[in-house]
Design a protein around this ligand. Structure first.
Ligand SMILES: Cc1cc2nc3c(=O)[nH]c(=O)nc-3n(C[C@H](O)[C@H](O)[C@H](O)COP(=O)(O)OP(=O)(O)OC[C@H]3O[C@@H](n4cnc5c(N)ncnc54)[C@H](O)[C@@H]3O)c2cc1C
Ligand code: SF4
Length: 586
């Protein structure tokens, strides 16, 4: 294959333009570096391509997810399956790998739940003996969380909960009606319900407009009022005049010199299939944790026969995704609800942080609860199928100790049909369900990993990943606890669960690994080069001019959604690069 070689040598080549890559581009260009960013997907401009203000009836599909996993108006270009870009799994194991191929990656349509890890989350091994502690503490990363808060903007409330550290918050939006309803029930059960922490602007911030409460964040925000890399990080980087971006550029390999240090990146132009090489003094990988591991494993050379920076054989290992499961409840007292204003951000205004840190349970670590309901804009599939509202079976509750059937007048429980009856039923039931989802911490095991599949290449000829992943008893027990808790909340609120309690054989309803889209680990950080890929500055132990700024460096995942930590770590690593460069250490 003919490879086109660029003459220019950049200070830094960044692979990936999402959370980790966008932050690196901003900090490095503002620090004076000339940066080239390679992005596998096409350009995507929220003002031109976003569907923030489209109505469901603007489409013959009414917004159905026939073209995209989260509905046709969702901003994601990509999904769990991408044509021509397969991945494989060994029999008996599962991992669903979500990829957004577009400028800004998954930050265009993520949930904006922006939680810090707490002090306990960095030293869990010291507490329960499982996994490993991080080589950094909360105190070391706190100044970066603070800076990310100030730069990006995040709403929340000061709660003083030790392991849910407060940030520098904008005021939270008002709770919605159903959120206050849930809080009432949870107060009785001792489950805290607090304002959520989302990177959405409730006030104008750093030149960006405040949210106008259209509730459509996953479609991309044309007023740039929520966080995405192209809204918040790439514009200031481009403004320096020191950032060049090449889209449709699928990185294939990091090249090295005779000493094994990085010299640049070779990539495939996804339109022409022509292979190119760019030279750079420093390479920053931020392609998403597994994609970065794939790059390392595909970058073999005489100095790095086991893959780049991988003599420890840890690249690809300790893959993590959050645990998750859902239960929806039906609440008769919310039927025939008075129409009321539920405008707000495109996310929940309240959530439940983990509240049982000091309790001995049959699983380690914990989970937080996200919940949603109310009377938002209906579109295809809303309310999850009206036939499900017909006579919910009281045996849906956990153990028979609940007697929810007594609270429901069966005459009210006939949904579905055609014509006027169907419309009346929708009006009657609209807003009377609330869904609860858990997001829990799974333990990082070396046996959960990705590796190169020797038998399969993608449409660019690049060897693909093969996944090995199994949940352990810890995760199953944790999810069982989620299911029981959600059902207890529903029962306390006088509702009924719309699905039966999943059995042990059904894994208590645990989502397949990867479905929660918090892929982390696989290039973990540590002090010991024998058991980690990067050091505490996200710098490869074996390749001093190679850095990893996506979620690959995570040692454990906490029950928190990871992106705020990815942003803080990327900022910290990028400042370190500038500092080391000045000191001529790299
Ligand atoms: C629907 C959804 C909801 C989510 N909600 C939340 C949430 O509420 N809170 C939270 O914390 N997290 C959430 N996440 C996860 C969050 O999006 C990710 O943690 C975050 O975007 C990871 O940042 P990243 O930079 O590692 O990867 P990404 O943002 O995915 O960026 C990686 C980029 O690299 C590019 N790339 C990949 N391979 C190559 C290659 N070989 N060459 C060149 N470019 C490449 C990709 O195209 C992509 O643009 C959600 C994700 C999804 C999909
Ligand atoms: S809810 Fe707010 S932040 Fe989200 S898309 Fe609408 S205006 Fe933008």
């Amino acid at each position: 294959m003919q490879i086109s070689q660029s003459r220019k040598e950049y200070d830094v080549c960044i692979v990936g333009s999402g959370a980790g890559g966008g932050m690196a581009a901003k900090v490095l260009t503002e620090g004076g570096a000339n940066v080239l960013m390679l992005e596998a997907g096409p350009n995507w401009d929220v003002n031109k391509d976003g569907k923030m203000l489209a109505w469901p009836y603007d489409s013959p599909r009414r917004g159905a997810g026939t073209t995209r996993p989260f509905g046709e108006f969702d901003a994601a270009l990509g999904g769990w399956e991408i044509e021509g870009e397969p991945y494989t799994k060994v029999p008996g194991s599962d991992f669903q790998w979500f990829r957004s191929r577009m400028l800004g990656g998954r930050t265009n349509h993520w949930g904006r739940i922006s939680l810090r890890f707490g002090p306990l989350d960095f030293r869990r091994r010291s507490i329960d003996g499982l996994g490993d502690d991080w080589p950094i503490t909360y105190d070391e990363i706190k100044p970066y969380y603070d800076k990310v808060d100030r730069l990006v903007g995040i709403f929340g409330s000061k709660e003083g909960i030790y392991n849910e550290p407060d940030g520098e918050f904008l005021p939270p939006p008002k709770p919605r009606c159903y959120e206050l309803f849930v809080k009432k029930g949870c107060d009785k059960l001792g489950i805290p319900v607090i304002p959520s922490r989302l990177s959405i602007l409730t006030k104008p911030h750093n030149g960006r407009a405040a949210c106008h409460y259209c509730s459509q964040c996953n479609r991309g925000c044309s007023t740039h009022s929520n966080f995405s890399s192209p809204s918040v990080l790439l514009p200031p980087a481009l403004k320096t005049g020191r950032l060049e971006i090449i889209t449709d550029a699928m990185a294939r390999e990091v090249t090295v010199d005779q000493e094994g240090q990085a010299t640049g990146v070779s990539y495939v132009d996804t339109n022409t299939l022509q292979e190119h090489h760019v030279k750079a003094k420093i390479v920053v990988l931020a392609a998403g944790a597994c994609e970065t591991a794939r790059l390392l494993l595909n970058s073999k050379s005489s100095r790095h026969p086991n893959g780049l920076a991988n003599s420890s054989d840890v690249a690809g290992k300790y893959l993590m995704d959050s645990t998750g499961t859902n239960v929806s409840g039906f609440f008769p007292q919310m039927m025939n609800n008075v129409p009321h204003n539920e405008d707000g951000t495109g996310g929940m205004h309240m959530y439940m942080p983990w509240w049982l840190n000091d309790k001995k349970l049959d699983f380690p670590r914990g989970y937080h609860i996200e919940f949603g309901g109310g009377r938002r804009m209906p579109s295809f599939g809303f309310m999850g199928g009206i036939h499900n509202y017909n006579n919910p079976n009281p045996s849906h509750n956990t153990s028979g100790t609940y007697d929810s059937e007594k609270k429901i007048d069966p005459a009210n429980m006939v949904g579905g049909g055609y014509g006027k009856q169907l419309k009346d039923d929708y009006r009657r039931f609209y807003g009377s369900t609330i869904g609860f989802s858990g997001r829990g911490e799974a333990i990082a095991f070396k046996t959960n990993y990705c590796e190169i599949d020797p038998n399969t290449v993608d449409k660019f000829g690049i060897p693909v990943l093969r996944f090995h992943y199994k949940w352990s008893e810890y995760e199953y027990n944790q999810v069982k606890h989620m299911q029981e808790t959600f059902r207890e909340i529903i029962d306390t609120l006088g509702g009924v669960a719309l699905s039966p309690m999943p059995t042990k054989e059904q894994g208590y309803g645990i989502a397949a690994p990867g479905l929660i889209i918090h892929e982390l680990g696989v290039t973990r950080m540590g002090n010991d080069p024998k058991s980690s890929v990067v050091n505490k500055h996200c710098q490869a132990h074996e390749v001093k001019n190679l850095f990893i700024t996506d979620g690959g460096s995570f040692v454990s995942q906490a029950d928190k959604n990871p992106t705020w930590t990815i942003l803080a770590l990327s900022m910290r690593a990028s400042e370190y690069i500038i500092d080391q460069k000045k000191k001529q250490n790299i």
